[in-house]
Design a protein. Structure first.
Length: 392
């Protein structure tokens, strides 16, 4: 158990589970909760508990490494049932011709455990005051707002727009889908988009975050990157601290990740690694020096150069989505999600209207067939390759 003199919300536990064998995952999650202190400190008798998973649309099999793995979710729910009899879990998913939760294996978990699985959009959204730096009011899930305790189960992944997606960004899914599309269009600069994400996080802060880092995603995540077996579980009552530790494991300085830095600066959690007590595994033993980062990360490096050089290099490093026609299946999920109306339908396949594209990467995020690639000028590719070599 951690020293009682430590600040509880600055503790992050790291435990190991090298695959999704249930006994291993259950043991790792259980140990992580023992290391940071029992959940009965946040869950009181009669509390309504909502567990926010990461179920990126459209639905995909857990083996793709895109969603919080169902075995991981099952282990967490089994443990939480010791503290509450009123638990729901879920996310916002697109209705369609198939049951998305059935595809991902979550319906089966719900039936097995007797825990209600929720599609947030089916229960409506409520306009609520936000008091953020950019947002004054938002439409948030009624289920989430009604919960006494929010527990957050993100997946450790990169993100082609925000560089990293984790505990803070996972709460974006509690926002109404229409407003999410609107904000993608309105906050086109990455810095503004991340400030907006921090605003939402400030309004629906989870009380406990447990991260699935057993199989992570690197490269151009969160839906089209490559899988990387890290074999770890992270847990903390401070989501910002957990994100900071995850950043470090990926080879990122927490101060270079906008959501982590701004949440820390706004007093929403601890983002300075020196003020975080890591328990369980040593962070240096699980850190990965060659974790592949998305192209957008190197824009933050270039932004530190003199203005005239920064402008030139940023233009070279600008990434745009393009459709590989041979891989496009004509599902047009990209058209549904594009906030700028930049995805066209030509001869049964998708195409990007470059004049309308705002580089929000929503189309890339949603494509399950790797038909949307990110490209840049040759000099940008050269800079990106050199930066990856230097990182190693």
């Amino acid at each position: 158990m951690p020293d009682k003199n430590l600040t509880n919300n600055s503790i992050v536990a790291i435990t190991r589970a090298d695959d999704y064998d249930y006994a291993k995952v259950y043991g790792a999650v259980k140990k992580s909760l023992e290391l940071i202190g029992s959940p009965d400190r946040i869950i009181k008798p009669g509390d309504k508990v909502f567990v926010k998973i990461n179920h990126l649309p459209p639905s995909s099999l857990p083996e793709r490494g895109i969603i919080t793995h169902p075995v991981f979710i099952q282990a967490v729910l089994e443990l939480l049932k010791n503290y509450s009899s009123d638990i729901m879990f879920g996310d916002d998913i697109e209705p369609g011709h198939e049951d998305g939760f059935q595809v991902s294996g979550l319906s089966q978990i719900s039936e097995k455990l007797g825990v209600q699985l929720i599609n947030l959009r089916e229960y409506g959204y409520i306009e609520t005051k936000c008091d953020g730096l950019l947002l004054d009011k938002v439409y948030l899930s009624k289920i989430v707002l009604d919960a006494d305790v929010i527990i957050n189960l993100p997946k450790l992944k990169t993100h082609s727009l925000t560089v990293y997606t984790g505990g803070i960004k996972n709460m974006y899914g509690t926002l109404a889908r229409g407003q999410r599309s609107k904000f993608h269009y309105k906050y086109k600069k990455v810095e503004d988009f991340c400030q907006m994400l921090t605003d939402i996080f400030s309004r629906v802060k989870p009380r406990l975050t447990i991260m699935d880092g057993i199989v992570a995603m690197e490269g151009e995540g969160p839906g089209a990157g490559s899988l990387r077996n890290l074999g770890i579980v992270l847990a903390s009552y401070d989501t910002v601290a957990l994100d900071a530790v995850a950043n470090k494991i990926m080879g990122l300085e927490p101060s270079s990740v906008h959501t982590t830095r701004w949440a820390y600066e706004r007093g929403l959690g601890i983002g300075n690694l020196q003020d975080i007590d890591v328990v369980g595994e040593d962070i240096n033993d699980v850190a990965v020096s060659d974790f592949k980062l998305p192209a957008n990360y190197y824009r933050t490096v270039v932004s530190k150069l003199p203005a005239f050089l920064e402008k030139f290099l940023l233009k070279q490093m600008l990434i745009r989505p393009r459709v590989v026609a041979e891989l496009c299946t004509g599902c047009f999920e990209c058209r549904k999600i594009c906030p700028a109306g930049a995805m066209l339908k030509t001869d049964g396949v998708a195409r990007v209207n470059k004049d309308k594209c705002i580089q929000c990467m929503c189309c890339h995020e949603v494509c399950r067939f790797n038909a949307i690639k990110l490209s840049r000028p040759w000099l940008g590719n050269l800079i990106h390759s050199a930066a990856n070599l230097l990182k190693k």
